[in-house]
Design a protein around this ligand. Structure first.
Ligand SMILES: [Zn+2]
Length: 282
């Protein structure tokens, strides 16, 4: 199978082939001279004065890519205009082509930072060479990057779609219902449970659509469409500011392009209207 991103741990001997992704405390640093988020190896060595300590991510369209945490202030004064600095979330939304690579980069860096010691005995962990994992030699316990499955679902009733504003949203937009999969639960059960808990509605005819790595901090979003079956809309105030049935022709501020929520909304609108959703801003 050929994919854009192949996880790989071996560093290339021909260093000039290497490309870099640079983070500075949750922000991506981009090379001001190129679009996207990949730096050439020569350019990184030039602006930092040396090759940074980094972690290998794998190959991206056949080219090896590594990630490093750097301090933007340490970039040489002569090259201080070399960078663009963008929050990871904004970069993910603006770079659909590089989304998977950026999500991996952020999660690998977080794994490196947060998994230094054994959570059972406290001993320092050793890096494994053949896979992205660390081992406690006393406990024989291996630690891998954490991935938390979440479900996100668009509930429809004929042409109408159930959209909601979550209490934790940074902005007042409408999006799909979503929640974490509990231990021991299937994704399908989680969809039924979350919809019922958050809206009071029962649903049927689940249809899996797509998934998306969402590194805040380590979610794997599983996207579903589902049809309303019965119940009266009764939003849970602990989770939702509001929830409402929306016709695809109405204009609201909804989840931005690049998110799985928007993909689900656009797919439904495509079926009803023949085109994706037009937001209030369009
Ligand atoms: Zn241990």
């Amino acid at each position: 199978m050929k994919t854009e991103l192949t996880p790989e741990l071996n560093w290339p001997e021909e260093r000039y082939r290497l490309q870099w992704i640079l983070f500075d405390r949750g922000y991506l640093l981009g090379d001001a001279e190129v679009s996207g988020w990949l730096w050439s190896h020569d350019r990184v060595v030039h602006v930092l004065g040396a090759e940074p300590e980094g972690l290998m991510l794998g190959s991206w369209f056949g080219q090896p890519v590594a990630v490093a945490e750097v301090d933007e202030a340490s970039i040489k004064a002569a090259s201080i205009k070399a960078t663009r600095r963008v929050a990871l979330r904004s970069a993910l939304l603006a770079s659909p082509m590089q989304q998977a690579l950026l999500a991996r980069a952020a999660q690998v860096l977080r794994f490196d930072r947060d998994h230094r010691f054994c959570s059972r005995c406290g001993r320092q962990l050793e890096m494994l060479l053949h896979e992205l994992a660390r081992r406690c030699q006393d406990c024989q316990l291996d630690y891998y990057p954490r991935i938390h499955p979440c479900v996100i679902m668009l509930v429809t009733q004929g042409p109408l779609m159930l959209l909601a504003e979550g209490v934790r949203f940074a902005q007042p937009i409408l999006s799909c219902l979503a929640g974490f999969v509990e231990a021991g639960e299937t994704a399908e059960t989680a969809v039924h449970r979350e919809v019922f808990e958050e809206s009071g509605l029962e649903i049927a005819n689940l249809c899996y659509v797509a998934s998306q790595a969402w590194p805040f901090p380590h979610s794997l979003m599983l996207g579903f469409l589902a049809e309303y079956e019965r119940g009266i809309l009764n939003p849970d105030p602990a989770e939702l500011v509001r929830a409402q049935w929306v016709h695809p022709g109405e204009r609201h501020r909804v989840a931005p392009e690049g998110t799985l929520a928007r993909l689900l909304i656009d797919q439904h609108c495509q079926r009803v209207l023949g085109h994706g959703y037009f937001t209030q801003e369009d």
